[in-house]
Design a protein around this ligand. Sequence first.
Ligand SMILES: [Zn+2]
Length: 172
Amino acid sequence: MINDDKRSRNQIRKYSDSIVTCLDSQSPPVVLKKVLEYLEKELQLTIHTQSRSLSDNLSGIYVRSNDTVGIMYNSNHSVNRQRFTVAHEFGHLVLGHAHKDPEHKEIGDINSEDDQEREANIFASELLMPFKWLKKDMKDKSFTTLELSLRYRVSELALGWRLSNSNALLLS
Ligand SMILES: [Zn+2]
């Protein structure tokens, strides 16, 4: 079933592409500190990020109070997964998701069918693996999946999810 209210990957990509364009870098990996600074200015928010030892089934926690956002990510997870969690939280912010609760816990399910989770996952993957860079890499060079995941600093799971959702477009 297709719901018109759902934002498509292309619509979400427009948001992430406009951010990547403003970062003044031409190659991976995307530096999340720069994205944070951009979002603080653009959204007029103060964003704090902090790694913390959380239980394994939690990838992160997002807390919002007025103009301040706190993002905690699980220090026990791999660095690449932590990057995806932070990018996912940025997605919730950029996409204007109003969580019912001021505190939102992430279980980090890349296959979640919840609309907001799905959109934030798409945003994170588009942000960390920008379409134009990935398309060029797929065309110009014969990187292995492992090499691409190291280059973009994403997990092989996130890379696989990205490719399986847009491989035909990337190769066209
Ligand atoms: Zn989420």
